[in-house]
Design a protein. Structure first.
Length: 256
């Protein structure tokens, strides 16, 4: 179902739609559906320089259907409409299978993710809030989920955005085992069921491991300076952090 209209306008917060997304989250909370922002938006909150297409909202797996039904019920269906994904399936991802919504009249899209895909319990005990009032997974919760699901691109962005260290990992993460192999196997079964079976369809599947989380963590942390481009190397301690930068969460930023 297409929902775009040439008359759509940009949302609040310099076009980022932060206030509108906060309105969706508060609607969920009013109906006892915990919700936090994950994915690229969470990486941006933690200091990564990423471009966002849709906002990604995580809700408890058992409440995902309730959240979607709420948005499609009166009177909320006058403000939100479910729409198709306009991008093809992505590798290692089930995004194309999750509900996508648009705010009517605005260039603003958001996706509903079940917590099982995000690999952490979607409960306020695991949230922290931006200065704009948006809930995100706590730093350690988010880092552990990226590590356990072998999301190395996201993990590197998080490490570089927050300038995380070996010592921080020792204090805040469980580095004693391997990635979650059973989670990866279950996800790959769902991926295989969601894409046409071809000679190359296995490329969509997630890495299964097992890989030792301590080795993965140490490798990504100890190579963060190698990821700095030459044009930034004299001024930055990571790709995203200049020398003497403060924690990005301490600044009020319109986009998060």
């Amino acid at each position: 179902m297409a929902a775009w209209s040439p008359s759509d306008i940009d949302p609040s917060s310099e076009g980022h739609g932060t206030l509108e997304i906060l309105e969706v989250i508060k609607l969920f909370e009013a109906h006892e559906i915990p919700c936090c922002v994950v994915g690229i938006s969470a990486l941006k909150y933690f200091g990564a320089w990423r471009m966002r297409r849709d906002w990604e909202l995580c809700v408890p797996t058992e409440l995902a259907e309730k959240a979607c039904s709420l948005l499609k019920s009166a009177p909320h269906h006058e403000k939100y409409v479910q729409c198709d994904h306009d991008a093809p399936p992505q590798v290692h991802s089930l995004l194309h299978t999750f509900p996508r919504f648009k705010m009517r009249g605005y260039n603003l899209y958001f996706d509903i993710f079940p917590a099982e895909d995000c690999h952490f319990a979607c409960t306020p005990l695991n949230f922290e809030w931006s200065l704009m009032g948006i809930p995100y997974p706590k730093l350690a919760i988010f880092a552990q989920s990226l590590l356990d699901t072998l999301d190395m691109v996201g993990l590197c962005d998080l490490i570089d955005g927050m300038n995380l260290t070996d010592e921080w990992g020792d204090k805040n993460l469980d580095l004693t085992g391997t990635n979650d192999v059973s989670w990866a196997l279950a996800k790959n079964e769902n991926i295989r069921a969601s894409v046409p079976l071809t000679m190359g369809s296995f490329f969509f599947e997630a890495d299964e491991g097992p890989l030792k989380t301590r080795e993965l963590w140490e490798e990504q942390v100890r190579t963060k300076q190698k990821r700095i481009g030459e044009e930034l190397s004299a001024l930055h301690v990571t790709r995203f952090r200049a020398q003497d930068d403060q924690d990005p969460r301490l600044r009020k930023r319109q986009f998060c």
